[in-house]
Design a protein around this ligand. Structure first.
Ligand code: CTP
Ligand code: MG
Length: 177
């Protein structure tokens, strides 16, 4: 295989691997309000445990959208395990999102304040951990190796830079980052 088709095949595999987690992670941004998972409680440092940006409704959307993309894979291939793959992608992505919020609150960042890299990649890292730990990735044939993981991280960081810059040029955002 020549180098170009090898790169294209790696990108296609990476996209298939992470699309359920990416759909899950993107789903809750359209929510306006919901019941905070931390129920408004504060941690021992006096700051919110997770903050108002992490709601039960959002969590439900993570699981629903992850599973929905998995169901599309299942209907395309006939392999029922993709539904489990999608659900576990949603669970992992949600865990990463919640862990990211927990870390942000501990370092004093308020809800919605940016934490570069953490904000963009947290969901993907934890989705990878859950998919690998359960073995569902190899069970479905969507094996996640180091190459796919690193490619996923790079693609998500570049895609965020590109969409932010595009939104800035379109006048939807004040700053290009
Ligand atoms: N959201 C939600 N429940 C979740 C995740 C997200 O309701 N479990 C919604 C919230 O309305 C949130 C929006 O999606 O404001 C965008 O998500 P995100 O960027 O992850 O949250 P932030 O508002 O930036 O909050 P944080 O600083 O805690 O990441
Ligand atoms: Mg945010």
């Amino acid at each position: 295989m020549d180098i170009v088709s090898e790169i294209l095949s790696l990108l296609a595999r990476t996209l298939l691997v992470y699309l359920p987690a990416m759909a899950a992670n993107g789903a809750p941004v359209f929510l306006r309000r919901g019941r905070p998972i931390d129920m408004g409680r504060v941690f021992i440092d006096g700051r919110r445990v997770l903050g108002d940006g992490k709601t039960f409704e959002g969590l439900g959307l993570f699981l629903f959208f992850g599973t929905a993309v998995g169901a599309v894979y299942t209907s395309a291939t006939g392999e029922p395990l993709y539904i489990v793959y999608g659900l576990l992608s949603g669970i992992g992505a949600a865990l990463g999102d919640l862990l990211g919020a927990f870390i942000k609150r501990r370092i004093g960042l308020r809800r919605g304040e940016p934490a570069p890299v953490l904000d963009q990649t947290g969901f993907m890292v934890m989705a990878t951990v859950v998919l690998r730990a359960t073995g569902i990735d190899t069970a479905t044939g969507l094996g996640i190796d180091l190459r796919v993981f690193v490619t996923g991280l790079l693609v998500i960081l570049v895609a965020h830079k590109a969409t932010n810059y595009g939104a800035y040029r379109l006048g939807l955002k004040e700053v290009p980052y």
